[in-house]
Ligand binder design. Structure first.
Ligand code: FES
Length: 370
């Protein structure tokens, strides 16, 4: 090759070179020659070194093995996506490892198969290209077109069905992978309104007891007698779900202690305990955590768009774009004096969704009870 860049591989001078632009075999003539020549690894065309059939067969088997590995790893990718559900840090790590590992293996095996195919199956060319004007002349274009067609034949894609089929089969799961990822767009329409209506506060513990409220971060249960300073506020999560991000997205609370005379009619007193009230921490506008509390006015402020809720009056909206109060959670104490949830929220916590009106109408019909 007439190039001063020494990093570029120089042609093997012992091998006859074929100059692009010199007369080529008639269109449609395979550079592989006759079947006998092909089997013997001999070509009449200068610059073309055929692989002998034994080497080509070996390459075919290795490449097919690689494509089979791609097939298995591609299927394993899809299975991993279904099997390893994401819930907390540990399951997220497992899922990421499984998805990353299988996809990496599939792509590496596919690449290895391609390399083996080119190196051991396809003919070796030793080409010389003279420097010329950038625009190709018509002869060169014809040659390129012929070479492309010849290359398609010589690649063995038509002649070697094992390679062709394993490659196509191996590519199928990779093609489907983006489709299964569509699942991450959200839950299926048919059951997501139902999921949004319920939180883990409505579930009993394994031994059939009401679920305790625990402090976010430490996981410590809260004894009502210890939470006794009016104006106090705590961020609270359900015991047993401290690290379940899906559950916490709907179930995180703020707990506020009032003097009895401070509580107004909007607050359901049956759902409080000794001046302690629990509200959803998920803003009913678009779901930011609303936990800035102004003790003197009893206002809960959402930092995202400044929705303001009156905590003493059922967390009604007093300012901002939120359309609904923060839902109140019914609480009581268990026989050890720890705060527990006695039922789920009566209305879905968090932002609005299409079917939410049905749930609220139901609650109004039942006089405010779920
Ligand atoms: S998310 Fe709270 S005001 Fe917008």
């Amino acid at each position: 090759m007439t190039d001063n860049n020494h990093d570029i591989e120089q042609p093997d001078e012992r091998v006859p070179r074929r100059v692009i632009g010199t007369p080529s075999p008639a269109a449609g003539t395979s550079l592989l020659g006759t079947d006998e020549q092909s089997a013997a690894g001999v070509s009449d065309v200068p610059g073309v070194t055929l692989k002998d059939e034994q080497t080509a067969r070996k390459g075919e088997r290795i490449a097919a093995l690689c494509f089979t590995v791609t097939l298995i790893a591609g299927i394993a990718f899809i299975v991993s996506y279904v099997v390893f559900q994401v819930g907390d840090l540990e399951t997220t790590r497992t899922s990421t490892l499984a998805l990353g590992g299988t996809l990496t293996l599939a792509l590496l095996a596919m690449a290895a198969g391609m390399v083996v195919w080119v190196r051991l199956v396809m003919p070796k060319y030793n080409l010389v290209q003279e420097r010329h004007a950038m625009a190709s002349d018509s002869g060169t274009r014809e040659t390129v077109a012929e070479t492309f067609l010849q290359g398609a034949n010589e690649s063995g894609f038509v002649k070697r069905p094992l390679l062709r089929r394993t490659l196509l089969l191996a590519a199928a799961p990779l093609g489907l992978a983006p489709l299964v990822l569509l699942r991450d767009l959200g839950p299926s329409y048919s059951n997501f309104p139902e999921k949004l209506r319920h939180t883990v506060w409505g579930e009993k513990t394994k031994d059939g007891k009401n679920r305790r409220l625990v402090v976010e971060g430490t996981g410590a249960p809260i004894r009502a007698a210890d939470f006794n300073s009016p104006g106090g506020i705590l961020s609270v999560v359900p015991e047993g779900y401290e690290h379940d991000l899906n559950a916490l997205a709907k179930a995180t609370l703020i707990l506020i202690k009032f003097r009895p005379e401070e509580i107004k009619s909007g607050t359901n007193l049956n759902w409080t305990h000794d001046g302690i009230v629990a509200y959803s921490k998920i803003c009913t506008h678009v779901g930011c955590p609303a936990a800035l509390y102004e003790q003197t006015t009893h206002h809960i402020l959402c930092p995202c768009h400044q929705s303001t809720f009156d905590a003493a009056d059922g967390a009604k909206v007093v300012f901002g774009p939120a359309a609904r109060p923060l839902p109140q959670l019914p609480i009581a104490v268990d026989n050890e004096g720890y705060l527990v949830a006695t039922a789920d929220f009566s209305v879905p916590p968090g932002p609005s969704f299409w079917e939410r009106g049905d749930a609220e109408a139901e609650v109004r019909k039942n006089g405010g009870h779920a």
